[in-house]
Write a protein that binds this ligand. Structure first.
Ligand code: DX5
Ligand code: ZN
Length: 222
């Protein structure tokens, strides 16, 4: 099984020290840098848009994993790609024309991801699963960092992993929200490929070491 990826979420970083925070991630064994774009409509919070993604692009040596928690994401896919996104994830709940936007993302050259809110069953993706590069299972209600992991997500991870195995798909299973050293292992065992980690990385005393511990996790199972 390929090694899992760790994607620190910049949402939990100290934005007065944005350069140092991105450099910490650059110098760590993190695989991706996760960027949470919120519009105050799809979710009850506002964060940042293309301008910040573009600035982070200049500072970061890691691929940028851009999570769009916005309505009508089709209007901004091109702009986020141009700003430097390597992975663009849209919400199933925000996309009546999901198949179309998945292809719109892929045509830009970015990896196409679809995120599901905690209450949305994985079965809704059955007819697009072969088209996507990544499925992001939200393990908190999107909008804020620092929330508690919703444990029902584990059965969704297992179910999705079975669906992907049946299809012989190499799409990545990402889990986002409430992840820390206390539950990362059980999430990986359920079948996750990418762990998005915000507050438990940036809130720890040695963020780079926390990333390394999470990255090393399944080595001990071998
Ligand atoms: C929540 C965001 C997450 C968030 C995770 O809406 O999508 O990426 O930053 O933060 P933690 O790890 O603190 O739950
Ligand atoms: Zn996110």
């Amino acid at each position: 099984m390929p090694k899992h990826k760790i994607a620190p979420s910049l949402l939990a970083a100290d934005f007065t020290r944005l350069r140092e925070e991105v450099e910490m991630v650059n110098n760590s064994v993190a695989d991706w840098l996760h960027l949470d774009v919120m519009d105050g409509r799809f979710v009850p919070n506002l964060t940042f848009g293309m301008l910040i993604v573009e600035a982070v692009r200049q500072l970061s040596t890691k691929p940028l994993d851009v999570h769009l928690m916005i309505v009508e994401p089709e209007r901004y896919v091109g702009a986020f790609r141009q700003a430097g996104a390597d992975v663009i994830t849209v919400h199933y709940e925000a996309c009546p024309h999901l198949h179309r936007i998945i292809h719109q993302i892929k045509e830009t050259g970015a990896m196409a991801g679809v995120a599901l809110n905690p209450h949305t069953p994985v079965g809704v993706l059955e007819n697009v699963l072969e088209e996507v590069d990544l499925i992001c299972l939200m393990s908190v209600n999107p909008g804020f960092g620092g929330q508690k992991f919703i444990y029902q997500t584990l059965s969704k991870v297992r179910h999705l992993r079975e669906m992907l195995t049946t299809l012989n798909s190499s799409a990545l299973v990402e889990v986002d929200g409430g992840i820390g050293l206390q539950n990362a292992e059980v999430i990986l065992r359920a079948g996750a490929d990418v762990l998005v980690v915000g507050s438990s990385v940036f809130g720890s005393r040695d963020p780079a070491a926390t990333i390394a511990t999470m990255k090393a996790l399944n080595e001990s199972w071998l």
